[in-house]
Design a protein around this ligand. Structure first.
Ligand SMILES: [Zn+2]
Length: 287
């Protein structure tokens, strides 16, 4: 088997690196096995995994954007402080990882105001960014943008412009667009190829496909489209030691557990192959 080597200097643009800070038992696909009322008594691994990510980024001199769940921040306020102390952007991933498309506007408002307030209280920094759990702002929940703007958010990164099962908006723009009033949507990366959009923004696809595919996709977006990429991963994706739900169906186990032991090594290559920064810095022009 050939050994992967990085290709420094491949990237010509600076891209946005993002981390959705949630624990392994908060993945929607595992909701049947870890109901909300069981979270408080389930062993957490998010703190140690985020600390590993902070070390990894510091070792490469990279700053990123951390979209943190309110539930995690409440449990680990000192982790929130360590994230901002290292120069990273703090942003909101909702409170309890519920899908926006399943909420009422009132419930959504309560959740994003509560989480923004506690993240700002813990960090002493303004929180401008929001990412919906599972990219769950869709055609039927575009009311969420008005609520986000009213709550003082400046950008969202919540729409995946692909056909993506439960979520995804294949007709949405692949690149940032402005929304009234004073809000922008900055979607995760996609590649346009063969007449359709393909996911290129990380998550499960980054683990399922060979690393060379992700490298090709990001280089293509930087060079062919001349655009910055938004890439994301979750702390549990670098944790092969996490408790496994053996009774979950094969499709769920594939999405949750495939290549967990390879993800950190691939992230190291990604950090070396491309240039990275925070969302609020990379997309400063549109904000
Ligand atoms: Zn999430």
């Amino acid at each position: 088997m050939s050994r992967l080597v990085s290709t420094p200097g491949l990237g010509i643009l600076r891209n946005a690196l993002t981390i959705n800070v949630e624990d392994y038992f908060q993945a929607p696909a595992l909701a049947a096995y870890f109901p909300r009322e069981a979270w408080a008594s389930t062993p957490c691994r998010v703190e140690q995994n985020v600390d590993r990510i902070l070390d990894l980024l510091a070792g490469h001199g990279v700053v990123a954007t951390f979209f943190v769940l309110g539930w995690v921040a409440t449990r680990y306020p000192s982790l929130v402080q360590r994230i901002v102390d290292d120069g990273h952007e703090l942003a909101c991933h909702g409170y309890g990882h519920g899908h926006v498309s399943a909420m009422t506007p009132e419930a959504f408002r309560t959740e994003i105001v509560r989480t923004k307030t506690l993240l700002e209280d813990f960090s002493g920094r303004p929180v401008l960014g929001y990412r919906a759990p599972d990219f769950s702002i869709g055609a039927g929940s575009s009311w969420a943008y008005e609520v986000l703007a009213e709550a003082g958010y400046r950008y969202s990164s919540s729409v995946y412009p692909v056909g993506h099962g439960r979520h995804g908006m294949p007709g949405a723009s692949r690149f940032p667009w402005r929304l009234p009033p004073g809000l922008a949507e900055i979607p995760p990366a996609t590649v346009r190829w063969g007449g359709r959009n393909w996911p290129a923004g990380g998550g499960v696809w980054f683990r399922l496909m060979p690393y060379e595919m992700s490298r090709w996709q990001i280089a293509r977006i930087n060079r062919h489209d001349g655009r910055a990429v938004v890439f994301y991963f979750r702390p549990w994706e670098i944790d092969p030691e996490q408790p496994r739900v053996r009774e979950a169906p094969p499709r769920v186990r594939l999405g949750q557990y495939f290549n967990l032991s390879r993800t950190e090594g691939r992230l190291r290559l990604l950090l070396e192959d491309f240039r990275w920064g925070r969302m609020d810095d990379v997309f400063r022009d549109i904000l």
